[in-house]
Design a binder for this molecule. Structure first.
Ligand SMILES: [Cu+2]
Length: 332
């Protein structure tokens, strides 16, 4: 049995290595008719500059009691940002970053979100954690105007938020998405808690212009990423301790690709998906291997690492892992 597990692990690592080697220099361009010249694709397998700082994967902490009113301002900014090593292009953002900031609260909390549009076209926001009238609260706002979106969180989970301005596909693909975590009651503390948002990147043929909508409609993404940037946690591994309890919240922000979140070299002892526990430790010793998510679904998994080592995490849809949706936990 032990030998089998070792062989299986080696095969898993070999798979990742093969995928990463194959992906070096990969370019994926739009198929089908397009009014724009073919975009150059996103080269994978290159390291970012030494000055590159990976997006902080730590989940935000909410130390306040249930019933808190969270006042948040999200400012819409259309700007060029680095989306991959050597690739900078226009993105539409909340607060200048893709994904937008991760918000967190508890069941019973109220969120007063001031949305400010500093973009050049109408934008909006849709919180999946809210029950509101879309035509009222999720309405578009014109450039240089603002609105307040208020809701009380009655349900727990990790929920997507995104711009709902048509074409929604384009506004999400251009970067207007994020996550809000509403803790289930009595969520136990862990040693490390992270958030990984999976999404696709679509490269533009002109870095000052949006990527072609035809690419988005044809699902011709150039990269699939965690927290907005391909392979950033392969280049900047997430450091953890052996036998420490780790919780990872995962949300598939799409707009179109699914996710099968898997950590190579361990087994999930807890799986929470779409507001419910699918697995918790008990006498059956059940184990989970992947958290399956369609776009706009999310949850968390919990696990430990038994021995020191480097543990890749992937979407086990390896076509997407090979396009950037991989990272590494370094356990010591
Ligand atoms: Cu928008």
């Amino acid at each position: 049995m032990v030998a089998f597990v070792i062989v299986a692990l080696l095969l898993s690592f070999a798979s990742v290595a093969t995928v990463l080697n194959k992906s070096t220099g990969t370019t994926v361009v739009a198929a089908g008719a397009s009014s724009q010249p073919a975009a150059p694709g996103i080269p994978l397998g290159q390291s970012p500059a030494d000055s590159f700082q990976a997006r902080d994967p730590n989940a935000p902490v909410d130390p306040q009691p249930a019933g808190t009113i969270h006042k948040v301002t999200l400012t819409i900014v259309e700007k060029q940002i680095e989306i991959a090593p050597g690739v900078t292009q226009l993105m539409w953002t909340y607060n200048g970053e893709v994904p937008g900031p991760v918000l967190r609260g508890k069941v019973g909390d109220t969120f007063e979100v001031t949305l400010v549009n500093h973009g050049t076209i109408p934008h909006s926001i849709d919180f999946h954690a809210s029950k509101v009238a879309p035509n009222v609260t999720m309405r578009q706002i014109e450039p240089n105007t603002s609105m307040v979106y208020t809701f009380t969180a009655d349900h727990s989970g990790i929920f997507m938020y995104h711009c709902g301005t048509p074409p929604v596909l384009e506004h999400i693909a251009m970067g207007m998405y994020g996550a809000i975590i509403i803790d289930p009651p009595n969520l136990p503390p862990v040693d490390h808690e992270y958030v990984l948002l999976q999404s696709e990147l679509y490269r533009s043929s002109d870095p000052s212009q949006p990527a072609a909508l035809t690419k988005m409609l044809d699902e011709q993404w150039d990269a699939v990423v965690f927290n907005g940037y391909p392979m950033q946690y392969s280049d900047r591994p997430i450091k953890v301790g052996v036998n420490q309890k780790i919780r990872v919240w995962v949300l598939d922000d799409g707009p179109s690709e699914n996710s099968s979140f898997h950590v190579i070299g361990t087994i999930f002892d807890t799986v929470y998906k779409e507001g419910a526990y699918l697995l918790q430790p008990d006498a059956n010793h059940g184990g989970g291997q992947a958290l399956d998510l369609q776009p706009a679904q999310g949850g968390f998994v919990e696990f430990t690492f038994a021995v020191p080592g480097k543990y890749p995490f992937v979407t086990h849809k390896f076509a997407s892992a090979s396009k950037g949706a991989v990272g590494t936990f370094a356990a010591s």
